[in-house]
Design a protein around this ligand. Structure first.
Ligand code: NAD
Length: 352
């Protein structure tokens, strides 16, 4: 066996159906007496339910979480956190809400309990991205890693059909790149393969029966495994392309991951035989890149960057930006090949 390094991040994870009931005890465990509950406006009802559950242990609710963690929102939420004399945060929602909780923890060291409702995976990482005057910066610090994550499968029942798939593909992308990123190791590869297998199988089952708790449980469990891959593993070309497309072309997060992933995987396939063997086992397909593309297409999820608002003339610029400051990648980054990749992703061609 090749030598390797594996770093586990310290987080407590509670998983199941109805696990939200554990929230009061978990706050007690962290010594939090007055938790501020964070969410987005569309998920305000879920935030209010938590406030009811917590009673006097709820300091109040803030429902202004927004995409890309804008600093103005963080400052507003922070002022409320101080007004309420809160001593911890409970974040219920997807990556945007979790990002706000992390931003508050970064500035106050507030303990965080997170109840994820999407598959994006931010809850298991020590990464925070923030936006100020249109510029997004990212940092990595254990200060933002949530202390406790409560996965309650019930919250994922309300995920709309297309968001279930795009968010699931976002999760799968973390695991795919952990299989071949710099620092890939056998422990994370186990989690990655099982995460991809659970999520791909569950997405088909959820499509047939969106309220199937077993299928939803497998999807959320798969999302957790994939999130660990993002938190402890590395990323490569796929994440670089998505960061370029999100940052410079303002394309939506999960949808962009969904469109780009099959193409990034096909690009790297010749350089990563072991990762491809794991992908074949996980997807049950001899052509994993095409299998992911088909899963999205059959589910009505986007498969072309042009449908996400990417201008065709932006392709060259996206490739330039990718090459200016590239991430590690197992396959050499070649301008012509990257242009072909981007063109195929823009047009929505099925990878062969
Ligand atoms: P999101 O949090 O922006 O959610 C999109 C919308 O869906 C929101 O209105 C949200 O309230 C709603 N929603 C979430 N769960 C729902 C549910 N179960 N039912 C109904 N509606 C629901 O989107 P996201 O894809 O979860 O997160 C994307 C953001 O997270 C991006 O900004 C991305 O950069 C960030 N992110 C960060 C990390 C990290 O490690 N820092 C990792 C992954 C994603």
């Amino acid at each position: 066996m090749k030598p390797f390094t594996y770093t586990a991040l310290p987080a407590r994870v509670i998983f199941g159906v109805g696990t939200t009931d554990r929230l009061p005890d978990e706050l007690e465990r962290l010594g939090v007496k007055r938790a501020m509950i964070l969410t987005t406006a569309p998920q305000a009802d879920q935030g209010r339910e938590l406030a009811d559950l917590l009673g006097a242990r709820s300091a109040g609710l803030y429902t202004g979480a927004a995409m890309h963690t804008p600093v103005e929102i963080t400052e507003e939420a922070l002022a409320r956190y101080e007004d309420l004399r809160a001593d911890g945060v409970v974040s219920i929602g997807g990556g945007s809400t979790i990002g706000l909780g992390k931003a508050i923890a970064l500035r106050t060291d507030a303990p965080q309990i997170v109840l994820p409702t999407s598959y994006a995976g931010s809850e298991m990482t020590s990464i925070i991205g923030q936006t100020e005057q249109g510029r997004k910066t990212t940092q990595k610090t254990l200060k933002v890693l949530p202390e406790t994550v409560i996965y309650d499968v019930r919250y994922t029942l309300s995920l709309p059909a297309v968001m279930t798939v795009t968010s699931g593909m976002n999760a799968i992308a973390h695991a795919v790149e952990a299989l071949y990123a710099e620092g890939a190791n056998p422990v994370l590869s186990l989690m990655a393969e099982d995460g991809i297998a659970k999520m791909t199988a569950a997405l088909s089952r959820v499509r047939a029966a969106p309220a199937d708790l077993d299928a939803r449980s497998d999807a959320l469990y798969g999302a957790w495994l994939c999130a660990v891959c993002l938190g402890s593993g590395g990323v490569a070309l796929h994440h670089k392309l998505c960061h370029v497309l999100g940052g410079s072309f303002d394309l939506p997060h999960a949808e962009t991951h969904t469109v780009v992933l099959p193409h990034a995987l096909a690009y790297n396939a010749p350089a990563v035989p072991e990762a491809m063997a794991a992908m074949r086992r996980a997807t049950g397909s001899q052509n994993p890149a095409a299998a992911l593309f088909d899963l999205s297409r059959e589910s009505g999820a986007p498969t072309a960057l042009k449908d996400l608002g990417m201008p065709e003339e932006g392709i060259d610029r996206a490739v330039e930006i990718t090459l200016e400051n590239p991430y590690f990648n197992p396959h050499p980054l070649e301008r012509d090949a990257l242009q072909a990749l981007m063109r195929a992703a823009w047009a929505g061609e099925r990878p062969s």
